[in-house]
Design a protein around this ligand. Structure first.
Ligand code: MD6
Ligand code: FE
Length: 216
């Protein structure tokens, strides 16, 4: 439903400010979602989903893969971006043009023109998977935003503050929603709660999240 909090962009998508520098573009990616999912499948054929292990030795509950000239990895040595998939030894699949265009349009819509992501991290959540509160701080230049696309099953996103102890706001992210996250919020803590089981016509029992970054 529309109300005064929401800034209607057109009949199908609308803007919902969450905090200074953070906006949810509701349903922004809906028209492209089938094409996006087909592209995710193609990426996963080259660079399969895997559960990466954190430096603390914990296996992440979301499965991940990447596209772009840089991909994000975690292992016993730490967290970083690198040009090659450690599992295959091959370069990450190239950034699909359709991905980059969507991310650029969303960033522009949110007030960040000229966004050219070089990394797309793809997360796949199965029921029970979650992501604890964290900061995204492995990128070189925090003046660029992060653009995050949610596909498939809904999940509760937590938007926190600059300190891990700041009480987070909770926002439900649904299929097609795009979060643009920048400015003074760029280093804020955030995460997602445990995915509940369900069925989505496009993604089955999963939720996918694409995060676009300018990492290098
Ligand atoms: C997720 N997203 O939505 C996890 N990070 O599954 C993130 O960690 C994230 O959505 C930075 C900016 C936007 C995000
Ligand atoms: Fe994040």
């Amino acid at each position: 439903m529309m109300n005064d909090l929401f800034d209607s962009v057109d009949g199908e998508h609308w803007r919902e400010p969450v905090a200074d520098g953070v906006v949810v573009l509701r349903r922004f990616a809906s028209p492209a979602s089938s094409a996006l999912m087909a592209t995710v499948a193609a990426i996963a054929e080259q660079a399969p989903f895997r559960h990466m292990v954190t430096p603390g030795g914990h296996s992440m509950s979301a499965a991940m893969t990447c596209a772009g000239s840089l991909g994000w990895v975690t292992d016993a040595r730490g967290y970083r971006y690198q040009s090659h998939d450690p599992q295959t030894g091959e370069p990450w699949p190239a950034m699909p043009f359709t991905f980059a265009e969507l991310a650029k349009k969303a960033a522009e819509d949110a007030g960040f023109p000229g966004f050219e992501p070089d990394a797309c991290l793809v997360n796949r959540y199965q029921p029970g998977a979650k992501m604890g509160l964290h900061q995204d701080k492995d990128e070189r230049d925090f003046s660029w935003p992060i653009v995050s696309v949610s596909l498939g099953l809904p999940i509760v996103f937590q938007f926190g503050g600059r300190r891990r102890s700041d009480r987070p706001q909770r926002v439900l992210l649904e299929h097609g929603d795009v979060v643009v996250w920048g400015g003074s919020a760029r280093l804020n803590y955030h995460g997602v709660l445990t995915l509940k089981a369900g069925q989505h016509p496009l993604t089955g029992g999963y939720r996918y999240n694409l995060t676009f970054r300018k990492a290098g």
